[in-house]
Write a protein that binds this ligand. Structure first.
Ligand code: F6R
Length: 353
């Protein structure tokens, strides 16, 4: 596979996932615009917690928003990826169900439970049962149009959820920040997209480095969800086994897992998402961690993220990781759009009820 041949890249991507990944900056702005039409119920701002219900590509937007607003949102935000709801969720919780298809059973089940507990509800979806329930029950709904797979709607997911929180008065207006972030992503795209050569394209070079190995992506603070996103995109887009770790917890256990089996040193590659804006103790920790891992014989690649603030750094990291996964899919010779195992499992689960 020649990553510099647009023809070969396109032939490997019949569902045009590359085109959808490129739309990330526009999605961020479109989603925010759409969320401005959101009419918060008078009581929405007066909540003690926010819960975002979702799975996979529809949950990660909640993690990113949580990380981005961690220092401004006055109430805790929890992302729930399961059927049951934690006990704290009740009448004074704002519960946002996020499901691209509107058909994900874990999300629908948790949403039903939140409804029976009298929580304040909101739904973000492209349609399906979730939209139907919202219409029938007069639940506030943000419906967006997106023809691709859920993981390619990450820009919508982030800005729609952020928009709901902002309209509910829980976080400040992010219009200017999102515009600047989208402009940063547009500038980054010139050196990430498919028509830029490997010499200029960091994503293509990282994909080459990951090829044939098992990536373990780690990060701290606001970049933790980006590490998770890299992992899930390597899985779903590139069909590659990949894992993620979060600092500082990493240093209390995973840092010892370097010696056995011997294949670990040959097969694993550690990718460190590094922000110069990390807390100074975290910066020191990241440096020491990299040194220890390298001297233990592990391959470590540091990715210094770009951006002026948490939002920009988190979105930039996601964008880079999404392109890395696209090029890794090309190197692996797999269709980046298709998710046969996931689809088959969902179908079988649907049949078994
Ligand atoms: C597929 C993808 C998945 C889905 C997940 C939940 O592209 O990203 O992780 O997001 O299976 O489905 P939805 O988003 O429809 O609720």
């Amino acid at each position: 596979m020649d990553l510099d041949s647009l023809e070969e890249l396109r032939a490997n991507d019949p569902g045009a996932l590359g085109v959808l990944i490129a739309e990330f900056p526009q999605q961020v702005l479109q989603g925010w615009e759409l969320a401005q039409g959101w009419e918060p119920r008078p009581q929405d701002g007066d909540v003690s917690a926010v819960a975002i219900l979702g799975m996979g590509g529809s949950a990660i937007g909640g993690d990113l928003v949580n990380a981005i607003v961690a220092d401004t949102c006055p109430v805790p935000i929890h992302v729930v990826r399961d059927y049951p709801l934690p006990g704290f969720i009740g009448q004074d919780t704002l519960v946002i169900a996020s499901s691209h298809s509107g058909e994900t059973e874990e999300t629908l089940s948790a949403f039903e439970e939140a409804r029976s507990r009298g929580a304040r509800l909101a739904a973000v979806t492209t349609g399906g049962s979730l939209a139907e329930i919202a219409h029938e029950e007069d639940i506030p709904l943000l419906e967006f149009a997106h023809p691709g797979p859920p993981r390619a709607a990450i820009g919508f997911s982030v800005s729609l959820i952020l928009g709901i929180l902002s309209r509910a008065g829980l976080v400040p207006d992010a219009s200017g920040d999102l515009k600047r972030a989208a402009a940063l992503l547009d500038r980054a795209a010139v050196h990430l997209r498919e028509d830029s050569s490997t010499a200029e394209n960091r994503a293509k070079r990282i994909a080459r480095m990951l090829y044939g190995r098992i990536p373990v992506i780690y990060a701290a603070e606001h970049l933790a969800p980006a590490a998770r996103r890299w992992k899930t995109q390597c899985n779903e887009v590139s069909k590659t086994a990949a894992y993620f770790e979060i600092l500082p917890e990493f240093d209390h256990n995973a840092i010892e897992g370097t010696g056995f089996p011997e294949a670990a040193q040959r097969d694993l590659v550690l990718v460190s998402l590094f922000s110069a804006s990390y807390d100074e103790r975290t910066v020191r920790r990241v440096r020491l961690t990299e040194e220890i891992l390298s001297s233990a014989g592990m391959a470590v690649e540091e990715v210094k993220v770009e951006g002026e603030n948490r939002l920009e750094e988190a979105l930039w990291s996601v964008y880079l990781g999404d392109y890395v996964s696209l090029y890794l899919a090309a190197l692996n010779g797999v269709d980046p759009h298709a998710t046969p195992n996931l689809d088959s499992l969902k179908q079988q689960m649907a049949r078994s009820d």
